[in-house]
Design a protein around this ligand. Sequence first.
Ligand code: MTE
Ligand code: MO
Length: 377
Amino acid sequence: DPYANEPVRHPALVVANHKPFNAETPPTLLVDHFRTPNEFFFVRNHLPVPDVDVSKHHLQVEGLGVKRPLNLSVDELKNSFAPVHITSAIQCSGNRRANMNAYKKVQGLMWKETAISNAKWTGVRLRDLLIHSGVDPNDKQIKHVHLEGADKDPTGGQNYGASIPFEKAMSPETIVAYKMNDEDIPRDHGAPLRLIVPGVVGARQVKWLKAIRLSDVESPSHWQQKDYRVFSASVNAGDELKWETVPSIQEYPIQSAFCIPQPGAAVSRSEETIDVAGYAWSGGGRGIIRVEISTDGGKTWQTADIEQDPQQDQEHMWSWTLFKASVKIPEGVDQMELVVKATDRSYNTQPETSAGIWNIRGLLNNAWHKVEVKIKD
Ligand code: MTE
Ligand code: MO
């Protein structure tokens, strides 16, 4: 069994799939912490967790424009480059797929609302590594940076891989991390090294990082070429998927969702108000400027209280935003629908439904999140 050597996991994680292991953070625990504790951070693995010996692990840097290829041990990496800290959220492109599936059937792992978490990462700038290897930051031939993980398809297939644009690789927020919330990165999250690409979807933030290759084209990896691309709503189940006709996902759009209450929760009318809480996040470092809640299907809105990272500004907001509000329970009805939407620094906001963003793989679902609550007398 290639999955015989998986790490021990916290029993509170909400498991979506065992082999490979995929699990969400329990919603109520997610909004309890601005930085998600490591044991509760959601997990998205495509393959068995590799057994990496930290003392022997090396990171290679090679490819187009590299004058001095590098082959660094973890200690060499830590000791040769300045450490940087950054708090950054990771969200899977499939987060809230189940909501899109409820609108119209899609294909993929049925993530609910919590395939997202936020942590403080410590590592070295990818930019520093590349410049050390002799890369010219103005080299116009280099377009993409390939990342390869140590996890391998047990049926003899390829290692996990992805790529990001060279420009993002050279941006100061992109780091090769070795610590997560001030601890060594746990096995499930990429021990000993993972790439953190703030503002970009989870799929590009390669765990168990072992090689970095510069190139004029994107990574040939399955997960770069034949997954994590959003088709038009006109492409349906059974149609041929022409992957090369759509670009790979990089930055995430804008998202928000409730964690509290959960669907089907009941409140008593005598309470008069109900407490709600959740998260909002936008890709590309675009800060969240407001989160709004409606109880009348979007006719009127109430602004929620928000918590943000005091060290980040609205143009470089890599952390998520947590929100809270106390919402009045409407009179004369025995059930209510709560709706949340967020707005980012570019004044992007979320679509009302999945109708215009529906896609066969159920990716990037950021429609208004709606939760039904029963009102008891
Ligand atoms: N890196 C490797 N090597 N293997 C993987 O399966 N999954 C990716 C990304 N990096 C993956 C990977 C995906 S799709 C996501 S959403 C994030 O890791 C999840 O990160 P987490 O498990 O730390 O939450
Ligand atoms: Mo993902």
